[in-house]
Design a protein around this ligand. Structure first.
Ligand SMILES: [Zn+2]
Length: 183
């Protein structure tokens, strides 16, 4: 997806040594990020940029709002509040590089795309497990899942378990099931 240029910040041509940018990220923003996880959201963010030397900058990211992620149990979207604060150090260098503490951007370009950092900081601030409050799961979905699990077992299918924990791969049969239920 083509991202609007508002996320591309030209550090070489900052109006002053300190600026604050504001972003309102909506479903189009989250849907356009080619990343699994957050499907929709409504988050307001500010990015404060301060020049710390002729070639280095400190960027303060603050995000507040809500995002929607699939529930680990029923797979329905659930609302998760977002409140994150992160600091990113950026400096000019020869080639682009990125590690935990610092991002280097090529000096002849001088631009940094903050869209991915905004997304990543929000995603990292979320709890690893997202499950609806007790009783809050989609019952229709849970029933279908229950039937589906029984059918799978009757067919002597290989062990079928709920995806759990960090980085769990969604079983392809789950996506099929989601399509069935969407109908
Ligand atoms: Zn649920």
């Amino acid at each position: 997806m083509e991202k609007p240029d508002i996320y591309k910040v030209d550090l070489k041509r900052m109006a002053s040594d300190s600026v604050t940018l504001e972003y309102q990220m909506d479903d189009a923003f989250f849907g356009g990020m080619e990343a699994p996880g957050i499907r929709k959201g409504n988050v307001h963010a500010t990015v404060g940029i301060r020049k710390t030397s002729s070639e280095s900058f400190q960027m303060d990211f603050h995000a507040r709002g809500v995002v929607y992620v699939p529930c680990d149990r029923c797979l329905d979207d659930m609302e998760v509040p977002v409140a994150s604060s992160d600091v990113l150090c950026v400096r000019f260098g020869d080639a682009y590089s990125e590690d935990e503490n610092e991002v280097v951007i090529p000096e002849d370009d001088g631009c940094i795309d903050v869209a991915w950092f905004l997304y990543e900081f929000i995603a990292l601030s979320l709890p690893l497990k997202h499950v609806h409050e007790p009783g809050g799961c989609n019952e229709q979905m849970m029933e279908k899942l229950g039937e589906y699990l029984r059918v799978s077992q009757d067919e002597g299918d290989e062990a079928f378990s709920l995806p759990e924990g960090e980085g769990a791969e969604i079983d392809p049969r789950w996506s099929d099931l989601e399509k069935l239920i969407d109908k």
